[in-house]
Design a protein around this ligand. Structure first.
Ligand code: BEZ
Length: 205
Protein backbone atom coordinates (compact mmCIF):
# COMPACT_ATOMS: atom_id res chain seq x y z
CA UNK A 1 0.00 0.00 0.00
CA UNK A 2 1.36 3.46 -0.93
CA UNK A 3 2.31 5.62 2.01
CA UNK A 4 -0.31 8.11 3.22
CA UNK A 5 0.40 11.43 4.92
CA UNK A 6 -1.62 12.76 7.85
CA UNK A 7 -1.34 16.40 8.86
CA UNK A 8 -2.34 16.45 12.51
CA UNK A 9 -1.96 18.00 15.93
CA UNK A 10 -1.21 15.71 18.91
CA UNK A 11 -3.80 17.67 20.94
CA UNK A 12 -6.60 17.58 18.37
CA UNK A 13 -9.39 15.17 19.34
CA UNK A 14 -10.52 14.95 15.71
CA UNK A 15 -7.01 13.94 14.67
CA UNK A 16 -7.01 11.48 17.58
CA UNK A 17 -10.14 9.88 16.16
CA UNK A 18 -8.37 9.36 12.81
CA UNK A 19 -5.25 7.99 14.51
CA UNK A 20 -7.43 5.66 16.61
CA UNK A 21 -9.13 4.31 13.48
CA UNK A 22 -5.68 3.84 11.89
CA UNK A 23 -4.48 1.87 14.94
CA UNK A 24 -7.65 -0.26 14.94
CA UNK A 25 -7.31 -0.86 11.19
CA UNK A 26 -3.60 -1.77 11.48
CA UNK A 27 -2.80 1.02 9.03
CA UNK A 28 -0.70 3.33 11.20
CA UNK A 29 2.51 1.91 9.69
CA UNK A 30 1.31 3.10 6.28
CA UNK A 31 0.86 6.70 7.42
CA UNK A 32 3.48 9.44 7.77
CA UNK A 33 2.33 11.53 10.73
CA UNK A 34 3.27 15.18 10.19
CA UNK A 35 2.61 17.70 12.94
CA UNK A 36 0.87 20.81 11.65
CA UNK A 37 0.45 23.37 14.41
CA UNK A 38 -2.42 25.79 13.80
CA UNK A 39 -5.33 27.58 15.38
CA UNK A 40 -8.23 29.62 13.98
CA UNK A 41 -6.02 32.72 14.33
CA UNK A 42 -2.73 31.12 13.24
CA UNK A 43 -3.25 29.16 10.02
CA UNK A 44 -0.80 26.61 8.61
CA UNK A 45 0.27 27.05 4.97
CA UNK A 46 0.65 23.33 4.20
CA UNK A 47 -2.78 22.55 5.64
CA UNK A 48 -4.34 25.46 3.72
CA UNK A 49 -2.75 24.18 0.48
CA UNK A 50 -4.37 20.76 0.96
CA UNK A 51 -7.61 21.67 2.73
CA UNK A 52 -9.53 24.89 1.97
CA UNK A 53 -11.17 24.68 5.40
CA UNK A 54 -7.69 24.98 6.93
CA UNK A 55 -8.13 22.30 9.58
CA UNK A 56 -6.41 19.17 10.83
CA UNK A 57 -6.71 16.29 10.34
CA UNK A 58 -6.07 16.27 6.59
CA UNK A 59 -5.04 13.00 4.92
CA UNK A 60 -3.24 12.75 1.59
CA UNK A 61 -3.81 9.33 0.03
CA UNK A 62 -4.40 7.83 -3.41
CA UNK A 63 -3.69 11.23 -5.02
CA UNK A 64 -6.46 12.87 -2.94
CA UNK A 65 -6.50 15.30 -0.05
CA UNK A 66 -9.20 14.04 2.30
CA UNK A 67 -10.97 15.91 5.12
CA UNK A 68 -12.71 16.17 7.55
CA UNK A 69 -12.20 13.51 10.25
CA UNK A 70 -15.47 11.71 9.42
CA UNK A 71 -14.45 11.32 5.76
CA UNK A 72 -10.91 10.21 6.66
CA UNK A 73 -12.21 7.65 9.17
CA UNK A 74 -14.53 6.14 6.60
CA UNK A 75 -11.73 6.07 4.02
CA UNK A 76 -9.35 4.24 6.41
CA UNK A 77 -12.10 1.82 7.42
CA UNK A 78 -12.72 1.04 3.74
CA UNK A 79 -9.01 0.06 3.42
CA UNK A 80 -9.05 -2.08 6.56
CA UNK A 81 -9.00 -5.86 6.69
CA UNK A 82 -9.81 -5.75 10.41
CA UNK A 83 -13.40 -5.86 11.77
CA UNK A 84 -15.18 -2.85 10.32
CA UNK A 85 -15.92 0.16 12.51
CA UNK A 86 -18.91 1.11 10.34
CA UNK A 87 -21.57 -1.61 10.65
CA UNK A 88 -22.92 -2.29 7.15
CA UNK A 89 -26.62 -2.00 7.83
CA UNK A 90 -29.54 -2.11 10.20
CA UNK A 91 -29.88 -0.72 13.71
CA UNK A 92 -26.20 -1.36 14.48
CA UNK A 93 -25.22 1.08 11.69
CA UNK A 94 -27.54 3.86 12.82
CA UNK A 95 -26.55 3.41 16.45
CA UNK A 96 -22.87 3.76 15.50
CA UNK A 97 -23.47 6.81 13.31
CA UNK A 98 -25.65 8.46 15.95
CA UNK A 99 -22.98 7.91 18.61
CA UNK A 100 -20.45 9.35 16.17
CA UNK A 101 -22.63 12.45 15.83
CA UNK A 102 -22.99 12.77 19.62
CA UNK A 103 -19.24 12.46 20.14
CA UNK A 104 -18.49 15.01 17.41
CA UNK A 105 -21.22 17.30 18.79
CA UNK A 106 -19.68 17.17 22.25
CA UNK A 107 -16.28 17.94 20.74
CA UNK A 108 -17.60 20.84 18.65
CA UNK A 109 -19.10 22.43 21.78
CA UNK A 110 -15.96 21.78 23.84
CA UNK A 111 -13.75 23.37 21.17
CA UNK A 112 -16.02 26.42 20.85
CA UNK A 113 -16.04 26.83 24.64
CA UNK A 114 -12.26 26.56 24.74
CA UNK A 115 -11.65 29.00 21.89
CA UNK A 116 -13.98 31.49 23.57
CA UNK A 117 -12.20 31.17 26.90
CA UNK A 118 -8.57 30.87 25.81
CA UNK A 119 -8.17 32.49 22.39
CA UNK A 120 -10.63 35.37 22.53
CA UNK A 121 -9.33 38.49 24.30
CA UNK A 122 -10.77 38.55 27.81
CA UNK A 123 -12.65 41.82 27.34
CA UNK A 124 -14.55 40.35 24.36
CA UNK A 125 -15.63 37.09 25.96
CA UNK A 126 -19.34 36.33 26.00
CA UNK A 127 -20.48 34.34 29.03
CA UNK A 128 -23.89 33.43 27.52
CA UNK A 129 -22.09 31.87 24.56
CA UNK A 130 -19.87 29.79 26.87
CA UNK A 131 -22.91 28.75 28.93
CA UNK A 132 -24.68 27.67 25.72
CA UNK A 133 -21.74 25.47 24.72
CA UNK A 134 -21.50 23.99 28.23
CA UNK A 135 -25.22 23.14 28.12
CA UNK A 136 -24.58 21.09 24.96
CA UNK A 137 -21.64 19.30 26.58
CA UNK A 138 -23.72 18.41 29.65
CA UNK A 139 -26.68 17.41 27.49
CA UNK A 140 -24.60 14.95 25.46
CA UNK A 141 -22.95 13.51 28.58
CA UNK A 142 -26.34 12.99 30.26
CA UNK A 143 -27.72 11.30 27.16
CA UNK A 144 -24.66 9.05 26.89
CA UNK A 145 -25.12 8.04 30.54
CA UNK A 146 -28.73 7.06 29.78
CA UNK A 147 -27.69 5.18 26.65
CA UNK A 148 -24.44 3.69 27.99
CA UNK A 149 -25.62 0.21 26.99
CA UNK A 150 -25.35 1.23 23.31
CA UNK A 151 -21.58 1.75 23.79
CA UNK A 152 -21.03 -1.87 24.83
CA UNK A 153 -19.75 -4.58 22.51
CA UNK A 154 -17.36 -4.39 19.60
CA UNK A 155 -15.75 -0.98 18.92
CA UNK A 156 -17.45 1.14 16.28
CA UNK A 157 -16.81 4.59 14.87
CA UNK A 158 -19.41 5.72 17.43
CA UNK A 159 -17.68 4.34 20.51
CA UNK A 160 -14.24 5.48 19.28
CA UNK A 161 -15.55 9.02 18.80
CA UNK A 162 -17.22 9.13 22.21
CA UNK A 163 -13.94 7.87 23.67
CA UNK A 164 -12.02 10.69 21.97
CA UNK A 165 -14.55 13.22 23.30
CA UNK A 166 -14.29 11.95 26.90
CA UNK A 167 -10.51 11.87 26.55
CA UNK A 168 -10.57 15.49 25.41
CA UNK A 169 -12.58 16.50 28.48
CA UNK A 170 -9.98 14.75 30.68
CA UNK A 171 -7.20 16.53 28.77
CA UNK A 172 -8.50 20.10 28.49
CA UNK A 173 -11.35 20.29 31.01
CA UNK A 174 -9.61 18.60 33.93
CA UNK A 175 -11.48 20.77 36.46
CA UNK A 176 -14.86 19.70 35.08
CA UNK A 177 -15.77 16.44 36.83
CA UNK A 178 -17.83 14.88 34.01
CA UNK A 179 -17.81 11.51 35.80
CA UNK A 180 -19.88 12.88 38.70
CA UNK A 181 -23.40 11.45 38.45
CA UNK A 182 -22.47 9.40 35.36
CA UNK A 183 -21.18 6.10 36.76
CA UNK A 184 -22.07 3.97 33.73
CA UNK A 185 -20.25 6.22 31.28
CA UNK A 186 -17.25 6.49 33.61
CA UNK A 187 -17.08 2.70 33.97
CA UNK A 188 -17.31 2.17 30.22
CA UNK A 189 -14.54 4.71 29.51
CA UNK A 190 -12.21 3.28 32.19
CA UNK A 191 -12.15 -0.01 30.23
CA UNK A 192 -12.52 1.27 26.67
CA UNK A 193 -9.72 3.80 27.21
CA UNK A 194 -7.26 0.92 27.60
CA UNK A 195 -7.85 -0.46 24.09
CA UNK A 196 -4.75 0.03 21.88
CA UNK A 197 -6.66 2.47 19.63
CA UNK A 198 -7.22 4.73 22.65
CA UNK A 199 -4.11 4.02 24.73
CA UNK A 200 -1.73 4.62 21.79
CA UNK A 201 -3.32 7.93 20.80
CA UNK A 202 -3.59 9.83 24.10
CA UNK A 203 -3.37 13.59 23.52
CA UNK A 204 -0.26 15.57 24.32
CA UNK A 205 0.10 19.34 24.39
C1 BEZ B 1 -6.16 21.76 21.61
O1 BEZ B 1 -5.01 22.11 21.85
O2 BEZ B 1 -7.01 21.58 22.50
C2 BEZ B 1 -6.55 21.54 20.15
C3 BEZ B 1 -5.57 21.59 19.18
C4 BEZ B 1 -5.93 21.38 17.85
C5 BEZ B 1 -7.26 21.14 17.51
C6 BEZ B 1 -8.22 21.08 18.51
C7 BEZ B 1 -7.87 21.29 19.83
Amino acid sequence: MAKMKLLYSPASPYARKVRAVAVHAGLLKNIDLVMAPLSPIAPNAEVDARNPVGKVPTLSADGMNLFDSAVICEYLDSKSRKPKLYPAKGKARWTALRLHAMGDGLLDAALLWRYENTLRPEALRWSDWSAGQMKKIVGVLDRLEKEAASLAGRATIGSLTVGCALGYLDFRFADFDWRKGRPKLAKWWAKFGELPAMAETRPTA
